[in-house]
Design a protein around this ligand. Structure first.
Ligand SMILES: *[C@@H]1O[C@H](CO)[C@@H](O)[C@H](O)[C@H]1NC(C)=O
Ligand SMILES: *[C@@H]1O[C@H](CO)[C@@H](O)[C@H](O)[C@H]1NC(C)=O
Ligand SMILES: *[C@@H]1O[C@H](CO)[C@@H](O)[C@H](O)[C@H]1NC(C)=O
Ligand SMILES: *[C@@H]1O[C@H](CO)[C@@H](O)[C@H](O)[C@H]1NC(C)=O
Ligand SMILES: *[C@@H]1O[C@H](CO)[C@@H](O)[C@H](O)[C@H]1NC(C)=O
Ligand SMILES: *[C@@H]1O[C@H](CO)[C@@H](O)[C@H](O)[C@H]1NC(C)=O
Ligand SMILES: *[C@@H]1O[C@H](CO)[C@@H](O)[C@H](O)[C@H]1NC(C)=O
Ligand SMILES: *[C@@H]1O[C@H](CO)[C@@H](O)[C@H](O)[C@H]1NC(C)=O
Length: 428
């Protein structure tokens, strides 16, 4: 992929299709943006403007989309829940106030439907700039950022955007799906950090978990995948985990010159890495979660697990020492009843190792232990059924460098991952 020629054709597109009266890449006080005009980032990759939802043409949403991609693809929407009216008599406007706030007002009755609501000292000449990363930022004259759209994700993560797990002032954010393919109002799916543990991510449908990521195993940078595009170029997606006193977050990046790539929660509840193939003019899906039926949350029932090493069709199995609760249902691929113990557990039976597993859900984290102390913590409590131990010394986390997980409740949602870097050894 020759990136320079691609961005050059993008420039030509901008010159050809930029509507008359459009400003450049920024908004200043006193010069509002109204429907029909757009702001285009310096570099031409993204545009900010109004779009109308296909299902309700009179509803307008302020949003950011890829400029120069023929399939209109939104990466951010400001007023998902409060569309403005597309009125020819009195236009809706987005304006920047002298107090460094963006304000979206409805044309019909000029009431404010959305604002950045930054409590800031009035700055003489703020500016709102759409950066070529797709980030809309409000800056003070000295260059400090007062607000940025990257801090308020909708259904899409872009390279360089922080997927916050926790931070000092707020809990982690969630991606929230669109209602359907054409309606940006909030749908039922969301994706974010598990508030109970802070070390794993969940995809929910309402409050019901649909998919759970593997708990963080201490990586700082992990290659999520390398996808060969031609025999000489590839999209390399890598994930970084950063934790400091202020916040913990993950972030993804793509190799230089790669196609436009985004991580999106689709309206149908799938997490996808998508890249734009400009030869075919389509979004190509490079990764999807949940990957298959079997690794939906708890699909294999209590004490069951999804064997993801069984290809092409992963299937449910019972953990060692367990058998299907109902063999008949199990034989009919109905796994919800899960598995039961073959023999009653006697306290002090000892542990056996199951390597290559995804740690189960509903664990208790025991701080600051060695692997021996972790085994003892579980072994001395008869209601403890399993434990897993990871030494996080390869991570940059400061303080406690160990992770001892113990399970004292029923064992749900695990999988056999094989040699994946995310896998752990479970001691049962
Ligand atoms: C608003 O409606 C007019 C027709 O009434 C249409 O031409 C225009 O494209 C709409 N604006 C947007 C931003 O969709
Ligand atoms: C920049 O200006 C803002 C107010 O406009 C002020 O709060 C901030 O401290 C300034 N930052 C620097 C680095 O001077
Ligand atoms: C890569 O593909 C091109 C044709 O698309 C071919 O000419 C070239 O020899 C290939 N290079 C390698 C290293 O396979
Ligand atoms: C991109 O599109 C071209 C043209 O349709 C196709 O030949 C190529 O396989 C596509 N690449 C990927 C990675 O999907
Ligand atoms: C389930 O399948 C196994 C092996 O295929 C068979 O031995 C067993 O009888 C079946 N059980 C029931 C209840 O259908
Ligand atoms: C973790 O591993 C490092 C080296 O890999 C070792 O120096 C350290 O003692 C280990 N920590 C614990 C608590 O086992
Ligand atoms: C075993 O663990 C359970 C659950 O954490 C706890 O309620 C119970 O007190 C523990 N028992 C002992 C003997 O530590
Ligand atoms: C971990 O435990 C050791 C003693 O077992 C103690 O010296 C150390 O301060 C503890 N570290 C943390 C981070 O709690």
């Amino acid at each position: 992929m020759d990136w320079s020629s691609l961005s050059c054709s993008a420039c030509v597109l901008i010159i050809l299709f930029l509507p008359l009266g459009a400003s450049d890449d920024r908004l200043v006080p006193g010069k509002p943006l109204s429907p029909g005009t757009t702001i285009v980032s310096d570099g031409g990759d993204f545009a900010l403007g109004f779009f109308s939802s296909g299902s309700m043409p009179s509803n307008l949403y302020l949003s950011i989309w890829y400029n120069g991609i023929p399939e209109l693809t939104m990466v951010w929407v400001a007023n998902r829940e409060t569309p403005v009216t597309n009125s020819t008599s009195s236009a809706s406007t987005l304006s920047l106030t002298s107090t460094s706030n963006l304000v979206l007002s409805d044309g019909a009755d000029s009431h404010v439907v959305w604002t950045t609501d930054v409590a800031s000292s009035s700055s003489s000449s703020p500016v709102a700039v759409l950066l070529n990363t797709g980030n809309l930022v409000i800056q003070s004259p000295n260059g400090s950022r007062v607000w940025q759209s990257f801090d308020h994700p909708t259904d899409t993560f872009l390279p360089g955007m922080k997927m916050r797990i926790r931070y000092r002032t707020r809990a982690g954010e969630r991606l929230v799906s669109w209602k359907d393919a054409r309606d940006p109002s909030p749908g039922s799916f969301s994706y974010g950090c598990d508030p109970a543990t802070s070390i794993q991510m969940f995809l929910w449908d309402g409050s019901r978990p649909v998919y759970r990521s593997t708990p963080w195993t201490g990586y700082q940078v992990k290659s999520e995948g390398e996808f060969l595009i031609t025999n000489t170029s590839a999209i390399i997606i890598s994930l970084a985990f950063v934790t400091n006193d202020e916040e913990s977050y993950t972030m993804f990046s793509v190799s230089d010159g790669a196609w436009h790539t985004r991580f999106v929660l689709t309206f149908s509840g799938k997490l996808q890495f998508q890249s734009w193939n400009s030869s075919s003019s389509t979004w190509v899906v490079f990764g999807q979660w949940p990957r298959h039926k079997c690794n939906h949350y708890g699909y294999c029932g209590t004490h069951g697990y999804c064997d993801e090493t069984m290809l092409p069709v992963p299937t449910c199995k019972c953990l060692d020492g367990f058998e299907p609760t109902s063999t008949e249902e199990w034989n009919n691929s109905e796994f919800s009843k899960g598995c039961r113990r073959k023999e009653a557990l006697r306290c002090g039976d000892g542990f056996f190792a199951l390597p290559g597993m995804k740690p189960l859900d509903r664990f208790v984290v025991v701080g600051n232990t060695s692997s021996k102390e972790c085994a003892t913590a579980c072994g001395r409590n008869c209601s403890c059924m399993a434990y897993a131990y990871t030494n996080l010394s390869r991570s940059i986390a400061n303080g406690d460098m160990t992770r001892c997980l113990v399970w004292v409740r029923e064992l749900v949602d695990t999988g056999k991952l094989g040699t994946s870097t995310d896998s752990d050894t479970l001691y049962l």
